[in-house]
Design a protein around this ligand. Structure first.
Ligand SMILES: [Zn+2]
Length: 148
């Protein structure tokens, strides 16, 4: 990934660093998987990959940038590590299990409660780090099906 000085400045401009240990957000568009992307020369790059390259060096072919914090939207370099396709799949499976856990179920009920009390889906999306479409589906009881 060749990034010019200007592109680098544009990238850092959009980063909203939190504390050293907390998750960092970035003000860019997101993929349908809620992963922030930035475009350089009309090509889209995952922000986590850009951040990794800028702060830790080139990413070897075939490796994925993964998150220790399970927050796909986070770009804090200290939360990023390199994994293989296998790590990536295991990570997804683990997240999926977590998503099904009680804690997450409570979050879903909380989202629903807040949404019904008038909190906008955009605000819920920000707070729970999900897309506003998804927040709205949760509030309207459409998703996820297993939490009714
Ligand atoms: Zn993080």
């Amino acid at each position: 990934m060749n990034i010019t000085e200007r592109q680098r400045a544009r990238f850092w401009n959009k980063v909203r660093p939190g504390s050293d240990s907390g998750c960092w957000m970035i003000d860019v568009c997101r993929t349908s998987q809620n992963q922030p992307t930035i475009s350089f020369n009309k090509k889209h790059f995952l922000a986590s990959r850009v951040m990794f390259s800028l702060t830790k060096g080139a990413i070897p072919n075939g490796l994925f940038v993964m998150h220790t914090c399970d927050n796909g939207a986070c770009v804090n370099p200290s939360h990023l590590w390199l994994g293989t396709q296998k790590d990536n799949i295991q990570d997804c499976v683990r997240k999926y299990r977590r998503w099904n856990s009680k804690l997450i179920r409570e979050q879903i009920l909380e989202i629903r409660r807040l949404g019904k009390s008038g909190v906008s889906s955009h605000l819920l999306a920000k707070q729970f780090n999900i897309t506003h479409q998804y927040a709205s589906r949760i509030v309207r009881n459409i998703q996820p099906e297993y939490v009714k």
